[in-house]
Design a protein around this ligand. Structure first.
Ligand code: CA
Ligand code: CA
Length: 297
């Protein structure tokens, strides 16, 4: 595909990247951006996200056990983000490019003395955040990340998967199938004992295919919780602390394929997110684990 002198827009996690000549993934792997329909702005469309049924933690159904779900009892991938963490050696790439108009940087992706990966969105303009993505691909299985989003309004903290790149081909660097599974925290929704989880599915040309804001009976920034989703052959199940948040079932044509990458990012926008934040905002990620599907449930 030709590289236009005009910045190109393409989406990732429902966000927009503005690319001129620089690569999305790395300087060694020039991006071949996929054209998107003009006018699709994830922040604009996400402002109209429908509200789901309120989630009441005590009443929510339990997430099926690993064994009952056909999942391995021990994770195939774990990162504890221990002090001395090195992204390259731990299987991650740290973004140094823009995602959704927010400039990402290694400076804003740091492991602290408590063993938390801390992604920071800086106060004010321009939009400055942090992002990591796995350097390997994953299949069906259960993701759990112990995280505490920022309490500062005006930004988004995410856990998501996207088949951005087919890692079996050196070039191009963006030839994945592009399906995406999101749980995103829009921090201006947080209130005392309340908040929302933004769930979304994106497929090529369908950004989003589906999205829903789940009202919660707790504030996600109050404490660490174990958030995640099961990406299975027939459905995606979002969960928090062992309770089911929502289940999205596939159709013949609308489904999530294996060989996606894993991401965490933190960004800000005026639209939807009501950014930028008035103070620096930290997203704490204690650990992440992936339990692969080993047999059909
Ligand atoms: Ca590739
Ligand atoms: Ca992939």
């Amino acid at each position: 595909m030709q590289i236009s002198p005009q910045p190109r827009l393409l989406s990732i996690t429902g966000l927009y990247l503005v690319l001129a000549h620089s690569s999305f993934l790395s300087a060694q792997s020039p991006a071949q951006p996929t054209p998107k329909p003009a006018g699709v702005d994830i922040a604009t469309v996400s402002e109209g996200t429908p509200k789901g049924a309120p989630f009441v933690f005590a009443d929510a159904p339990a997430l099926p056990s690993l064994a009952a779900s056909g999942l391995a009892e021990t994770p195939a991938f774990t990162d504890e983000f221990s002090p001395g963490w090195d992204a390259a050696e731990s299987g991650w790439k740290v973004a140094t490019w823009k995602q959704n108009r927010t400039q990402m940087s290694r400076e804003r992706v740091q492991v602290n003395a408590d063993g938390h990966l801390v992604q920071t969105v800086l106060a004010g303009e321009p939009a400055r955040g942090g992002s990591i993505q796995s350097t390997t691909e994953f299949g069906y299985g259960r993701w759990i990340a112990r995280v505490r989003p920022s309490a500062v309004p005006g930004l988004l903290n995410s856990i998501f998967t996207k088949d951005w790149d087919d890692l079996t081909t050196a070039e191009p660097g963006d030839d994945g199938k592009k399906a995406e599974v999101d749980v995103e925290f829009v921090t201006h929704t947080f209130r005392p004992n309340a908040g929302e989880a933004h769930l979304a599915i994106h497929l090529p040309g369908k950004t989003p295919l589906w999205h829903l804001d789940i009202p919660l009976d707790f504030n996600p920034s109050d404490e660490f919780r174990e958030w995640g989703f099961d990406i299975l052959p027939d459905r995606v199940i979002w969960h928090v602390d062992g309770k089911v948040l929502y289940t999205w079932e596939y159709t013949e044509t609308e489904k999530i394929d294996p060989n996606y990458e894993m991401f965490f990012n933190s960004w800000t926008r005026d639209k939807w997110l009501k950014g930028p934040p008035k103070e620096d905002a930290n997203y704490h990620i204690d650990w992440v684990k992936f339990y692969p599907l080993v047999k059909q449930p």
